[in-house]
Design a protein around this ligand. Structure first.
Ligand SMILES: Nc1ncnc2c1ncn2[C@@H]1O[C@H](COP(=O)(O)OP(=O)(O)O)[C@@H](O)[C@H]1O
Ligand SMILES: [Mg+2]
Length: 253
């Protein structure tokens, strides 16, 4: 009697062992990538903090305390870099364990302003990016978790800026449409290749040498927790355009 194509129990068990090994290898590679991303993102602020603390220590040991102005800027830098490190960790924890949004009435214009000033303060490059912000009056107030919305918009804006290493134009427009508030973030960078467009929301998908591939995934996780979404609107170039929409049905009375 022939068993034909029916696999013997030995070969079935070999196949499932091979599958388990492959899944474990995928998981390990993913973990390695995440760890490399976290290490890269945290290395900078921690190095700055360490250097400033060492400077203070040396000055104290040498009996020459820093003049008050210099001391103040040094401590401010330490504080800013610690905040930066904690924001990175916040992004990761949102991705790892989405928190139910704590909804309140928030000023979208103010959130966009904070995102832009934070990113400007962190950037050491002197390329010229002109920024155009336009928030329609009916989109000015949204009901959202302000920390989470800031994180989501930061990821979209950061991507837009990173796409324009030689400068360009950043556009952030907000408008109310079809029961949602839409925030459109557009840039004039290199755009997104058609074969990448389907994968950009996948966790860990990145085309940047030091990217984590978590930004869009974090933004989308946050938008979805608010009943909204993040979509790629245009990528054919020049540039790319993303839209984050939040339902207005949560508008406070
Ligand atoms: N504004 C943009 N312009 C061009 N490519 C973009 C833009 N936003 C996202 N991408 C693409 O999507 C990928 C994933 O983005 P993201 O999840 O934020 O991770 P990361 O920024 O760490 O690479 C990027 O590596 C890039 O290829
Ligand atoms: Mg990103």
């Amino acid at each position: 009697m022939s068993v034909g194509a029916v696999p013997s129990s030995a070969s079935a068990s070999n196949e499932s062992t091979a599958l388990a090994a492959r899944l474990l290898a995928d998981k390990t590679a993913t973990l390695a990538r995440l760890a490399a991303g976290i290490a890269h993102e945290l290395r900078n602020p921690l190095a700055v903090i360490l250097a400033r603390v060492q400077l203070l220590e040396l000055a104290m040991k040498g009996g020459k305390p820093l003049p008050p102005g210099k001391l103040e800027t040094t401590l401010r830098t330490v504080g800013e870099q610690a905040v930066r490190a904690s924001k990175i960790i916040e992004s990761l924890s949102i991705f790892a364990r989405p928190r139910v949004p704590v909804l309140e009435s928030v000023d979208l214009g103010q959130i966009i302003g904070h995102v832009l000033s934070d990113l400007r303060a962190e950037s050491s490059e002197d390329r010229i990016v002109t920024t155009e912000v336009d928030v329609a009056p009916e989109a000015m107030t949204v009901v959202a978790d302000s920390g989470q919305l800031t994180t989501a918009l930061r990821q979209l804006t950061l991507n837009a800026l990173q796409a324009m290493p030689d400068g360009g134009r950043l556009r952030i427009h907000a408008r109310a449409r079809d029961g949602s508030v839409e925030v459109i973030v557009g840039d004039t960078g290199g755009g997104i290749a058609t074969h990448d467009a389907a994968r950009i929301f996948d966790p860990f998908f990145t085309t940047k040498p030091s990217g984590t591939g978590l930004g869009l995934c974090v933004a989308q996780t946050i938008a979805e927790a608010h009943g909204g979404s993040v979509r790629l609107m245009a990528s054919g170039g020049p540039g790319a355009e993303f839209v984050l929409s939040l339902p207005t049905r949560w508008r406070m009375p």
